[in-house]
Design a protein around this ligand. Structure first.
Ligand SMILES: NC(=O)c1ccc[n+]([C@@H]2O[C@H](COP(=O)([O-])OP(=O)(O)OC[C@H]3O[C@@H](n4cnc5c(N)ncnc54)[C@H](O)[C@@H]3O)[C@@H](O)[C@H]2O)c1
Length: 359
């Protein structure tokens, strides 16, 4: 399958390695910045570089290369336009998280995929870890009993150099704040593992120590799920002096799971009254396939989806739900009241100027 990457920035090595690991035929690397295109090319073994063309303009790339799969890894405000252009050119799209920054953009992307008969897969790679899939299977099979509450913590450190490295970072029209960028993997899997969408949210967000960005550097939210369970989201880029481990914990009447680590593979607790009583037992009992970690398993899944296999593990509609939850959190924090979902509309640009009084 012919593969092209648009956006050769910080996350591009993960995409290139995932394409290589899955034997995709890399035909093009595309970036506005020549140095970034060249750096990305150097990541590819010499013997595979010969047939790779470098492009500044992605329309030229689409016209000449006709890729089967295009990965899009750039500022989130551009994702709608680029994804739709690629899908209209017949390419299946892997787009970095978050899917987009407004519900309208996400809907347009999802409906274009349907109209053109191509796949749109959002890079929520946390879903693919074996431990996380085993936890989802425990939850789906009812082994928690009554689900009570779930929590996620994303405690990162992002300094000025990080934000200076991409003008789009921390802006309302191209990124959003820590909940939309660093935390969205977790708003996604929390809803997925609780097997329920969120009904109502109350939140605080603030820009505490990053006056040079527009959006929040701290977000704290309380959730009520449609199935009666509750949730807590804590996301920050203010952790001194470095990242702490990410974590998720799910509490049911007859089960508790607590996971930590970058891929949530460190088990702090895996307790069940009935059903598999350890992560390894759950992996065996539920037949969880080993897919590896990081971007490679998502690529494996995307290739299978393009080949006609089911795409139920990470549907774009659920990526839209993760976006909707963050937008509801923003709305609640901005208006100082609980907000009910579903939202009729929402966009990060609704919050332009929210923290400006502090500048
Ligand atoms: N899945 C993850 O865990 C993960 C981790 C980091 C970043 N991301 C996501 O990946 C995306 C990119 O993040 P990044 O940190 O790599 O950004 P970055 O700023 O480092 O890189 C973006 C690149 O896109 C290029 N670009 C911008 N507009 C372009 C255009 N029109 N055509 C071609 N190239 C263009 C820029 O020149 C730059 O090289 C974001 O959506 C981010 O949220 C995901």
């Amino acid at each position: 399958m012919k593969y092209a990457l648009i956006g050769c920035g910080m996350i591009s090595p993960n995409h290139i390695n995932a394409a290589l690991a899955n034997d995709l035929e890399i035909v093009a690397l595309c970036d506005l910045v020549e140095e970034n295109r060249n750096k990305a090319l150097e990541l590819i073994p010499k013997e595979k570089r010969e047939n790779i063309n470098l492009y500044e303009n992605y329309f030229d790339m689409l016209d000449i290369e006709h890729p089967d799969i295009v990965a899009i890894a750039l500022g989130s405000g551009l994702k709608r336009r680029l994804s739709i252009d690629c899908m209209k050119a017949g390419a299946n799209v892997i787009v970095e998280k978050p899917i987009a920054l407004s519900l309208e953009d996400a809907d347009a992307m999802i409906s274009t995929a349907k109209e053109y008969g191509v796949k749109l897969i959002v890079n929520h790679q946390l879903r693919f870890g074996e431990t996380v899939r085993a936890l989802k299977a425990e939850s789906q099979s009812g082994n928690f009993g009554k689900l009570l509450h779930g929590t996620v913590q994303v405690r990162r450190n992002r300094n000025k150099a990080y934000f200076d490295a991409g003008k789009w970072r921390g802006t309302w029209d191209n990124d959003g704040g820590t909940l939309m960028n660093q935390c969205i993997h977790y708003t996604d899997i929390l809803q997925w593992i609780m097997c329920s969408e969120v009904e109502e949210v109350f939140a605080y967000t603030d820009r505490m120590i990053h006056p040079y960005i527009e959006a929040e550097d701290l977000g704290l939210a309380l959730l009520k799920f449609k199935n009666g369970a509750y949730g807590i989201i804590e996301g920050t880029v203010n952790t001194y002096p470095r990242n702490l481990s990410d974590s998720i914990a799910i509490f049911g009447e007859e089960g508790t799971v607590s996971l930590r680590g970058k891929t949530l593979s460190d088990v702090e607790a895996w307790e069940f009254k009935t059903g598999p009583k350890s992560r390894d037992d759950a992996i065996r009992a539920f037949g969880i396939e080993h897919m590896g970690s990081g971007h490679a398993p998502l690529y494996k899944y995307a290739i299978r989806a393009v080949n006609g296999n089911d795409d139920a593990l990470c549907p774009a509609e659920e990526s839209r739900s993760a976006l909707e939850l963050v937008l509801a959190i923003y709305q609640s924090a901005s208006e100082g009241r609980p907000v009910r979902l579903p939202l009729s509309r929402g966009a990060t640009t609704d919050f332009v100027g929210r923290f400006d009084k502090k500048l």
